[in-house]
Design a protein around this ligand. Sequence first.
Ligand SMILES: Cc1cc2nc3c(=O)[nH]c(=O)nc-3n(C[C@H](O)[C@H](O)[C@H](O)COP(=O)(O)OP(=O)(O)OC[C@H]3O[C@@H](n4cnc5c(N)ncnc54)[C@H](O)[C@@H]3O)c2cc1C
Length: 596
Amino acid sequence: MPAYTAPLRDMRFVLYELHKGDAVAALPGFEEMTRDLVEPVLEEAAKLASEVLQPLNASGDLEGCHFENGVVRTPKGFKEAYETFKEGGWTGIACDPAYGGQGLPTSVNMLVEEMMSSANLSFGMYPGLTHGAYKAIHAHGTEELKAIYLPKMVDGTWGGTMNLTEPHCGTDLGLMRTKAVPQEDGSYKITGTKIFISSGEHDLTENIIHLVLAKIPDGPKGIKGISLFVVPKFLVKEDGSLGARNGAACGAIEHKMGIKASSTCVMNFDEAKGWLIGEEHKGMRAMFTMMNAARQGVAVQGLGVAEAAYQGAVAYAKERLQGRSLSGAKYPDKPADPLIVHPDIRRMLLTMRANIEGARALGAWVSQALDFQTNSPDAQARQDAEDLVAILTPVLKAHFTDIGFETANLGVQIFGGHGYIRDHGMEQLVRDARITQIYEGANGIQALDLVGRKMPAHAGRLLRQFFHPVSEFIAAHQNDEQLGPFVQNLAKSFGRLQQATLHIARVGMGKPDEAGAASYDYLKLFGLVATAFMWARMVQVALPLAGTAEDHDGFYKAKIGTARFFFDRMLPESGARLSAILAGGKSMMEFEDSAF
Ligand SMILES: Cc1cc2nc3c(=O)[nH]c(=O)nc-3n(C[C@H](O)[C@H](O)[C@H](O)COP(=O)(O)OP(=O)(O)OC[C@H]3O[C@@H](n4cnc5c(N)ncnc54)[C@H](O)[C@@H]3O)c2cc1C
C-alpha cells in the first residue's frame, strides 16, 4: 500500500493564502477558530489518517465485512481504530457545541474529511453517515428528538444511517413503497425494505439511528408524499439508556466492487417504531437542505482518493527504473532511468496534480461559502453564499468524483502491471473511487440538477454568483504583465461557458431533451472553468513569492509550473466540450431504441 502523508502545506495554502480563512474566524460562532487553533487540528488529523486509518485500508479491503445471523462484524482493527477516532473527539468536530460538538467550520472539516478519504475511504463512511443523520435531526428534529439522539451521535457512541434506496427505486424516489402508519402515541410503524444502506449494521457503536424515508398512507402520490423518520436500532428509554430492540434488522450485506470494509446493507423494517422529522410529506425538503453538504462530502471523497493515488504514483515513478530518457540518459550511473523522465509519465503525473490542487482550491472556496451561509450576520452575504454553494455543488460532486476515478486509474497506469495486481494497493483505489460517481445522486443526475434546476433558478441569480467574480477578476487582471497570459486563457474558456449557457437556455426551453443531452458536457465545462479560475488566482498568489527566500521548498514555483500545465494542456478541453454542446442531441435522440 502506498504510504500517505497529508498534504498540509497545500491545505494551509488554500485555506489561508488563497481564501483568507481568517475571515471565517471573524464570523460569529467561529471566533475561536483562529489559525493557532486550526493548524494543530489539521496536524492531528494528518497523524490519525496516516498512523491509524491508512494501515487498515488494504487489510480492510481484503477481509471485508462479515454477516452472520443479522450481525455485521467490521474487519480486524476497525473497532479499535473507531475507539481511537471517537476518543479523539473526531466524530463531533464539525457538530454544534450545544450537543457536545467542537463547532469547527466546514472549510476546516472538509480538509479533515479529505485526509480520512485518502487514508481509508471505507472507514470514513461510518462517521460520515452518522454526520449526515446528525445534520438531518439537527436541522429538522424537535427539541425532544435532538436531546435524545444528538449528544450520543456527536460523541460517537451511536452511529447513523440514511435510508432512501429501495430495490425498485434509486434515482426516482417517487416510486417508494416503504410505509409509515401513524400510531395513537404520535409515533409511526415503519414497514418496508431498503437496500444499499451504508453502515446499516455494524459493530462499532452501541446503537444505530436510522433515518428512513417512507410514505404515510393516503398522502400525496409520488415524491410529494414522502416523509422522514428517525428509527433507532434499539429504542431509547426515558433515562437515555437502551431499551428493547426495534423492528429494524439487516437482512444481508452486499458483496461489491470496492469500499469493502464499509458495510452496505439490506435493511428490513418490520413495524419498526419511528418518529417523524419535520412535517408530514415534507421529507424530501428536509433531505434537500442537507444535500449540498452531503454532496460536497462525496466530492471530497473523490479528491481524497485522487491524492492517495497521486502520492503512490509519484513515489513509484521516481523509484522504478525503465528505459532511457528520449533525450539521452539522465541517470547514466544507473542501469536505466526512472519512469519520471518520460514525457508520458509526466503528462499523467501533472494531470493528476493539476486536477487535485485545482479541486482542493475550489472545494475550499465552496466550503468557506458554506461557513458564510450558516454563520454570517449579514442576510445578503448569507444569501450570496447560499447561491454560490447551490450552483457549484453539483459541479463539485460530479467533477471531483470523476477526477477521483480518473486519477486512481492513471495511478494504476503509472505502475503498469504492478498497478493491476494487488500488492501495491493502486487497484483498490480505482475500485473504491468508483462508487463516489454513483451514490448521493449519480453524476448524470448532478448534471441534470445543474442544467434543469440550478441554472434557471431565480432567473439565473445562482449563476451570477459565479459569473460575476470571474468576470471581475478577468477585467482586473487580463493585462497584468505576468498574470495576464493565464487570465487571457481563463477568459477564453469563460467565454465558452457563457456561450454554452446561453445556448442551453435558448434551446432547452422548448426542448428539454436538448438540455439533457448537453448537461454532462456543460457540467464538465463548468468544472474546467471553475478550476481555471482557481488556478489563475493561485498563480496570482504565487507569482510574487516564487523564487524568493520564502520559497525555500519550491512550493510557489511548483504552483506556477502546475498552473502552466493546466492552462496549456488541460483547459483546451473546454473547446471540445463547447463543440459537443453546440452539436446538439439529435445524434443520440434520433437513434432508434431498437437499434441499440
Ligand atoms: C456502496 C453503495 C452505498 C450506498 N449507500 C446508500 C445509503 O447509505 N443510503 C441510500 O439510501 N442509498 C445508498 N446507495 C444507493 C445509491 O444512492 C443508488 O445506487 C443511486 O442513487 C442510484 O440509484 P440506482 O442504483 O437505483 O440506479 P438507477 O436510479 O436505476 O439509475 C441507473 C442509471 O440511470 C441514470 N438515470 C436514472 N434516472 C435518470 C434520469 N431521469 N435521467 C438521466 N439519467 C438517469 C442514473 O444516473 C444511473 O446512471 C448506495 C449504493 C451503493 C452501491
